[in-house]
Each structure stands twice: as structure tokens, then as C-alpha cells.
Design a binder for this molecule. Sequence first.
Ligand code: ADP
Length: 440
Amino acid sequence: HGKIQYEAYRKNFYVEVPELARMTPEEVNAYRLELEGITVKGKGCPKPIKTWVQCGVSMKILNALKKHSYEKPTPIQAQAIPAIMSGRDLIGIAKTGSGKTIAFLLPMFRHIMDQRPLEESEGPISVIMTPTRELALQITKECKKFSKPLGLRVVCVYGGTGISEQELKPGKNNILTIVPVSSVRYIRGKNCRVMRIVDNVRPDRQTVMFSATFPRAMEALARRILSKPIEVQVGGRSVVCSDVEQHVLVIDEDKKFLKLLEILGHYQEKGSVIIFVDKQEHADGLLKDLMKASYPCMSLHGGIDQYDRDSIINDFKNGACRLMVATSVAARGLDVKQLILVVNYSCPNHYEDYVHRAGRTGRAGNKGYAYTFITEDQVRYAGDIIKALELSGSTVPPELEQLWASFKDQQKAEGKTIKSSSGFSGKGFKFDETEHALAN
Ligand code: ADP
């Protein structure tokens, strides 16, 4: 590299819009919680964006986003895009399907478009390395949605494809997707293929790494190839959105049905309602009881065949029927805007389930309500529910707090330790003291 006179290039394209500039640190924290509890490490990270326009991409990109119905950034995109756009190296951790690809593609296009066209002996400008062919192909496909309207060329290379030399000729491709490793095992060695490629790129390059998890083996590599990185992690722990008003009632089993009717009486006129139960039999039982009480109602659970499930969901979405009894699994991902109320008739048995159920309401900026019934026998679930209330800034009812405190005391007296029922223990990239000082 010492012998090469590299042309200067621009890394920082990001201009914060006034709407974001006005956000206070408290508002930014609240917004990050809403974005599935996104966490940021490393200094000087820009605030997360809310709309595509705020990240400063071209009209052509905005049109392509619209064409493919990418209405707004996903949480990882909202935080990673402004960080990468501002020229920073980055580690992005978010589960599969969360939209990591676009999070690095959009800033990458901005970079490429800022540079002069390739000359015959040059290129590519960007290299995307992936561990599998499937991922390489998937990323290339996503890339083409944008590269085509931008007039850029992308080529995907992996062993055994028989790509012609013509295809790989310098001057032709702006972007190269490549599979240099077939397993994490190979990224540990000093002379591994990832390093061989990285070492051939100019030292003042911008480098970003994305993954669903961040295993130890990747940490050493990250230290070698990234400079003062920002780390963005999504889904470490999701939280209930602040538009949902949450109530938790400590109640006896035989008082639940009457309480349910009382709550329904209050909310049913206002919108659609989902009542969650834990088992299929309970869904059908409660359905019958509600019908008897003159509430037109449907039930949705895994025992209903797919065709009927689709039509039930359809009737619920279009408002033909506005009351549904469901199990958690059947209602996963259900997005119904006019849904005003969620009742956890059976208490959710872990944190993520609670958050997922409550998250069926309060969508797209609408106000929602979540009621949860918990019996004294179910005290072991109280800890997770308290945590969910606290993390979303809701008040914890004193009865619930008392129930949990007495349970903890009792467990302690019996010499037992209390484990949280949800299994999350995500470890991110750890900054040591010197990196902390540097990361600015
Ligand atoms: P990951 O890399 O995190 O596994 P992908 O980048 O493959 O996830 O995205 C998952 C799916 O979501 C893809 O089908 C992609 O087209 C779609 N997608 C990505 N971003 C958005 C968005 N902002 N809005 C809607 N759909 C999106």
C-alpha cells in the first residue's frame, strides 16, 4: 500500500435532518427502545432515523425502495444506515430476516455513486464477503433491485460457478459478492482468506460486519479489520411499545371470565380484540363461553387447518369479526391496525411471549391496551412481566410486585435461585478500555 498513491475519497455523507437534531437524548433512548430495544456501543453514533428520506439516499434509491414496498427502515436499518453513512466502521447484530442486507447496501451505493466511473483497469469498489453461496446469491439478488436503476454492475463469485473471465474483467463491476470462507473455522488463522482479501484493500477503507450472532471467533477478526467501530445490536431484548397501555391483574381462576366480560364491555365498541390462551382446548372452550354470552367470536390455533386459518385471519383483518381467541403461535406476526385490545387470559409464560402478544396492539402509532390475568399459582411468571413493564416505562401494580417479592423470599428461604425464564444472554462485541478511549 505504501507504494500506491490512493485517490482521496469521501466517507462521510451523513447530514442529520432538523427533526432528528431536535431530539433530546431521552427521546433518542425512548425511540431506540421502540426499535426493538436497539443498543449502541462505541462513541459518536448518529441518532436512529425514522424515514428513508432522512438517510440521504438518491431519488433513484427512494423509488426502488417504494417499488419493492420497503415502506420504512427496519430497526437495524434505522440505526446502522446513518452510522455507516457517516463513514464509521460498524458491527451490526440482528436476527435473520431483520433486513441486514439493505442496512449495508444503501450506504454502499452512496459511496460508489460518489466516485468517478471505473476505468478499464479498475474495480470493484465494494466487496461483500459471505460465508455461504446461498447468502451470496440472496444478497446479490437484493443488490440488483437497486444496482440496476443506478446503472451499477454486481457480480457474484463462488467456487464452481464457471464465471467467464469476461464477466470478471476489470473495469466492469462496481460490486463483487464473494464466498471466501466456507466456515467460521477458517476466519481464525492469520493468513485466512478473509484477511488475504481485506489486506489487499486500501487501509483507509470503510469496513462493516453483519451477523445474526457474534461468536468469539469473529471477535478477533473484528479487532483486526475494523477501526474504532460502532456496534449496533437489535433484538437483544425487545420491549412493548409506549403506545400500549399495560394492565396486569392478579386474579383467581374462577373470576377471570366475568372480569373478561367487563373489559370487553369497555373496549369492544372501539376496535378489534384478541384474547390469548395457552392451549387449543382452552381456545375452543372460551370461544363457546363467549358465544353463549352473545359475543360473536372466532378462534385461531394450530389445530385449525391452514386454509381455515387464512380465512379467519382475513375476516379478522377486514373487520368482519372483531373478537378472536388465539394461541400465541397462531397469532405470531399478526398485524391488524384497528386492534385496540389484547387480553392475556392465560398468563404468558416468558418475557418474549408477553412482549410479542402485547405487541399485536399499539401498531402504526395507534393507541392500544393490554390486560394480563395472572393467578397466584402463576407467580413464577411475574418476574418477566415486571421486567417487561419496567423496560417499557409502565408502572408495576403493587399487588404484582408484592406477589413476586413474597415468591422470591420463599425461594430464598428454600435455598433456591430464581432464574429468569427467558433465555436471552446475548454478548456483543466487548470494547476494552483503550478502544473506549479511541472510539470517538
Ligand atoms: P437478514 O439479512 O437480516 O436476514 P434480509 O436483508 O434478507 O434479512 O431481509 C429480509 C427480508 O425483508 C427480505 O425479503 C427483504 O427484501 C425484506 N426487507 C428488508 N428491509 C425491509 C424494509 N425496510 N421493509 C420491508 N421489507 C424489508
